[in-house]
Design a protein around this ligand. Structure first.
Ligand SMILES: [Mn+2]
Length: 335
């Protein structure tokens, strides 16, 4: 009996020494898992003798610069005619919806066949060769298994130091350095198998999690010193106006994680981090504990997300009024 993953591995390897090309598609707003998994797949396929390509059309955040192989990523071209002709298979990695690929969707949907290697639960499209394992902590775990299968099928060594760093990046990113509830025994087994190739865990974690900036430090100082608490400390609220962003010389990415830190304060059930955007709208980041469904709350305000992390956007309202509105609405939900 051949399973789905083996079927996918055989499919990918059927292009060895062929003129046909496989195009890899991670999701937009690329993260460590999507980037690490896709690069690892790209390098392993090329080592196996398959023509694989990774076209991308957004700036890759600088914190990933330590990964060798970034130079293999090609800019998504304005004219895609020649790519359409050469693309025999499209492989979605860390996503399964064509709409998650942004502008690249145009090229993706021209592929004669579409395959998926993902760990998010989804509805699915008929005709796709899909391998989806929601039990995998990262797409990187699936790509690891694929590469091991490809080694078995071809009888060649494909795994190396470079690929191990990419896969470890994927796993460390999506498990919050092995601390999120998605971390399993299998996660550690794969991480253990990657270590002998020479993976500097400390360097990866430093780049992904610890490396900070003056802007982020100043912004954290502002958020933590001005946060307000309501309903006996069950609701935390922080407002970040554009002028604060300017004074702190902070970037949007400097806000990452601050809402979660507010939520982690003892007694807080839901935290709101409001950011005033240049176009006059207010972006609301919501983080919650188990007693508050942030996804449902956000949905009631035309937003969306997960149960513990969600968000929405408000327009035609001042940041102060938006803050009051959140506190009032959340108060109704908590009682
Ligand atoms: Mn992922």
């Amino acid at each position: 009996m051949i399973n789905r993953l083996e079927e996918l591995a055989h499919k990918l390897l059927s292009y060895i020494d062929s003129e046909h090309e496989i195009y890899l598609y991670p999701h937009t707003s690329i993260d460590g898992d999507a980037l690490g998994s896709t690069l690892a797949m790209l390098v392993a396929l090329r080592k196996a003798g398959v023509k694989a390509r990774f076209l991308y059309d957004e700036v890759i955040p600088g914190k990933y610069d330590y990964m060798e192989g970034l130079a293999l990523i090609e800019p998504y071209p304005d004219r895609i005619d020649s790519c359409i002709t050469r693309q025999s298979l499209a492989l979605l990695i860390d996503c399964s919806e064509p709409s998650r690929t942004g502008r690249r969707q145009q090229l993706l949907e021209k592929a004669p066949q579409i395959a998926v290697a993902d760990h998010h639960i989804s509805e699915g499209h008929s005709g796709y060769l899909r391998f989806i394992d929601p039990g995998a902590a990262a797409a990187g775990e699936i790509v690891y298994d694929l590469i091991v299968l490809m080694e078995k099928i071809t009888g060649r060594d494909l795994m190396d130091q470079q690929i191990s760093v990419m896969l470890m990046t994927a796993i460390i990113s999506d498990t919050g350095r092995f601390t999120f509830s998605n971390t399993t025994q299998r996660t550690f087994e794969i991480a253990a198998a990657l270590m002998p190739y020479g993976v500097a865990i400390r360097d990866i974690v430093y780049q992904l999690f610890d490396l900070s900036s003056k802007g982020r430090l100043r912004l954290s100082g502002h958020v933590f010193s001005t946060a307000e608490f309501y309903l006996q400390g069950k609701i935390a609220l922080a407002l970040v106006s554009q002028s604060v962003m300017d004074v702190c010389e902070a970037q949007d990415s400097d806000l990452d994680g601050l809402a979660a830190q507010l939520r982690n304060i003892e007694g807080v059930e839901v935290s709101f981090l409001l950011r005033e955007l240049n176009n006059g709208t207010i972006r609301v980041n919501i983080r919650s504990g188990t007693g508050f469904d942030a996804a449902k709350f956000a949905k009631s305000m035309s937003g969306g997300g997960h149960a513990r992390a969600a968000g929405t956007t408000l327009s035609n309202i001042s940041i102060q009024d938006a803050g009051h509105l959140m506190v009032e609405k959340a108060g109704e939900w908590l009682f």
